[in-house]
Design a protein around this ligand. Structure first.
Ligand code: LIP
Length: 262
C-alpha cells in the first residue's frame, strides 16, 4: 500500500526543517559563553536557544502546512487531528552544561498517534527517523532493539525531573537495582528512548514526561521493535504521562519494577 502523498511531503519537509533547526542549535551550543540561561523551575533549564530554535521550526512548519496545528515545549499550542509536536532542545540541562547529549525532536501525530518521528543530535552526529509501518533508522541505517530477556543483565535508563517526588524516583531506582539491572540517567528522554531503539540500552523508564520529549522517540522505538507503554492514552498531549520502552522480553518484569502497565 503506497503511503499517502501528504505523509511523505510532511516527512521530507520536516527532515529539512529539523536539519536547519539542528544547525541553529549547534551554533548556540558552540558559543555557550554568550548563551543566556535561566531556570523555569527546579533543575528545569531554559536557554535563549530553546526559544530561537522553536520559533524557527514553527515558522517553517506553519508556512509549509498552514492547516496543521503545532504544540511546542516553550510556546505551547492546541491539539488537532493533524498535530506537530516539537521539542526544540531536549536535554536542555545537558546543553547548558556543554554535554552533547541533547537533540531537536519533531513528531507528527495524526488523531493523537505518531506517524512521523525525527530526532537530530547534531553534537553526536546522530539522525534518528521513523514513519509508522516503515521501520526506524539511525543515519539512514535500519536499527533494532536488543533481545535482552534477563533484567539482571539489562542496562536500564531511568529519567527524572522535579515533577516527580525524589522518594518515588529513588524507590524506582532501588527496585531496578534489586532486580539486578544496571541503572543510568543521561538527561534527555528522547535520546534515552532512541538508545533503546538501537539496543545500546535495554529499557527506558520515566515516571512522568511530556509529549514533546517523547512524541518522536516512541515511534522510533516502536518501529525498531520495542515494547512501549500506551503513552498517548488519556490526555497525555496536555498533561504528560509515565513512559516505559524496552526490549520486548523484558516488558512484564520491567513493568512490574516501574509500576507501569505495558
Ligand atoms: C528533559 C527530559 C528528560 C527529563 C528532564 C527534562 P527538557 O526535557 O527529556 O527525560 O528527565 O528532566 O524534562 O526539559 O530538556 O526538554
Amino acid at each position: 500500500m503506497s503511503r499517502p502523498m501528504t505523509t511523505n511531503l510532511r516527512y521530507y519537509a520536516a527532515l529539512g526543517v529539523a536539519h536547519e533547526a539542528a544547525d541553529l542549535a549547534l551554533g548556540y551550543f558552540q558559543n555557550r559563553d554568550k548563551l543566556d540561561v535561566s531556570m523555569k523551575g527546579a533543575q528545569d533549564w531554559l536557554t535563549v536557544a530553546d526559544g530561537a530554535v522553536e520559533a524557527l521550526i514553527r515558522e517553517r512548519l506553519a508556512e509549509l502546512f498552514p492547516q496543521d496545528s503545532i504544540l511546542g515545549e516553550e510556546m505551547g499550542g492546541a491539539y488537532s487531528d493533524c498535530l506537530w509536536v516539537i521539542d526544540p532542545i531536549d536535554g536542555t540541562a545537558n546543553f547548558a552544561h556543554g554535554d552533547p547529549n541533547w537533540c531537536v525532536s519533531i513528531a507528527f501525530l495524526r488523531r493523537g498517534e505518531p506517524e512521523i518521528g525525527i530526532i537530530l543530535a547534531p553534537a553526536l552526529d546522530q539522525t534518528f527517523t521513523a514513519r509508522s509501518g516503515e521501520g526506524a533508522f539511525l543515519n539512514g541505517s535500519n536499527i533494532r532493539v536488543s533481545a535482552q530477556s534477563d533484567l539482571s543483565k539489562a542496562a536500564i535508563e531511568c529519567g527524572w525531573s522535579a515533577r516527580v517526588p525524589a522518594g518515588r524516583y529513588l524507590s524506582l531506582i532501588e527496585s531496578g537495582i534489586s532486580a539486578g539491572a544496571s541503572i543510568k540517567r543521561m538527561g534527555s528522554g528522547a535520546l534515552g528512548i532512541c538508545r533503546v531503539a538501537t539496543g545500546t540500552s535495554d529499557g527506558f523508564v520515566e515516571l512522568h514526561i511530556n509529549c514533546w520529549d517523547v512524541g518522536a522517540a516512541i515511534l522510533i522505538a516502536r518501529e525498531a521493535g520495542a515494547a512501549c507503554s500506551d503513552y498517548f492514552s488519556g490526555d497525555a498531549i496536555n498533561d504528560g504521562n509515565p513512559v516505559l520502552c524496552c526490549a520486548p522480553p523484558l516488558a512484564s518484569a520491567l513493568g512490574e519494577v516501574a509500576g507501569i502497565d505495558i
